[in-house]
Design a protein around this ligand. Structure first.
Ligand SMILES: Nc1ncnc2c1ncn2[C@@H]1O[C@H](COP(=O)(O)OP(=O)(O)OP(=O)(O)O)[C@@H](O)[C@H]1O
Length: 248
């Protein structure tokens, strides 16, 4: 379980996060949604330690990530998997080498153990026979799968995905969403996904947080999403519906 308490962040005179609290449960995918520039990525960066919040707490199963013991902080980092926007694969490495990279950096497993574990993760994301291919030779959806395999290779307790559907067609997006959701349940990972994607919200929206102007103004699931009486959320949903209509 991850808990965030009253997270605030200001850049210059811009109050980007104005006190956000919430909790993220194991085995569940929590979606963080909101219009562009509303602070979703900054919140995620605060949670994974890439940005230091001005105020607030981030607790990983009760361990304070910002002010806690250094050993705890290191252990928490080791327990995180991150799927970055655009997959962020190394172009000069093969698919398998990309997946094993965290094992090379952070473990002293034997060569065979590293290959076996990387291969196992590739298998899990449906790319068991793509290990020798180069990133330039595979599709956008496959790159995301490789990114997911790399994010889970260290067996994380916490998984963070920033816009996992960016650049994908709707069908591939749904498959990637389903994969993230299945893996989350299967390994009981606490997963946080930032998304704009209305399909994702309907498909895997068991828990959704809506941010507006640096605040969490609504929380619920995909069923309650469409019946909310929060004006900003309704505007966001209608704008998304419009975009979907235009894309058809
Ligand atoms: N390092 C930084 N320095 C200054 N301003 C920043 C920095 N990082 C983010 N911001 C600002 O914080 C605000 C929120 O940005 P953020 O990337 O979190 O938005 P977002 O909700 O993720 O948007 P999008 O959906 O477009 O990715 C933006 O106005 C952005 O310009």
């Amino acid at each position: 379980m991850i808990e965030i308490k009253n997270i605030e962040k200001t850049f210059g005179d811009r109050h980007v996060l104005a006190g956000i609290s919430g909790s993220f449960e194991p085995g569940k995918t929590t979606l963080v949604i909101g219009t562009s520039g509303t602070g979703k990525s900054v919140l995620l960066k605060c949670m994974i330690g890439l940005v230091k919040p001005d105020k607030g707490e981030v607790l990983y199963d009760g361990r304070n990530f910002l002010t806690g013991d250094l050993e705890d902080q290191k252990a928490i980092r080791r327990e995180m998997g991150v799927l970055f926007q655009g997959s962020a694969l190394f172009d000069s490495k093969t698919v398998l080498q990309n997946v094993r990279f965290p094992l090379d950096m952070l473990t002293d497993l034997s060569e065979k153990e590293k290959v076996d574990r990387s291969q196992e993760c590739l298998q899990r994301v449906g790319l068991g026979d793509a290990g020798d291919r180069m990133p330039s030779e595979i599709s956008g959806g496959m790159k995301k799968r490789v990114g997911i395999a790399r994010a889970i290779v260290l067996n994380p307790k916490y998984l963070f995905c920033d816009e996992p559907n960016s650049g994908l067609d709707p069908l591939t997006s749904i498959k990637i969403d389903q994969l993230i959701s299945e893996i989350t349940e299967e390994y009981q990972i606490t997963t946080v996904v930032i998304t704009h994607d209305m399909n994702s919200m309907m498909e895997i929206g068991e828990k959704i947080m809506f941010l507006h102007k640096g605040k969490k103004v609504w929380e619920g699931n995909s069923n309650s999403l469409i019946h909310s009486d929060v004006k900003e959320l309704n505007e966001f949903i209608n704008a998304n519906k419009l975009i979907r209509e235009m894309e058809k």
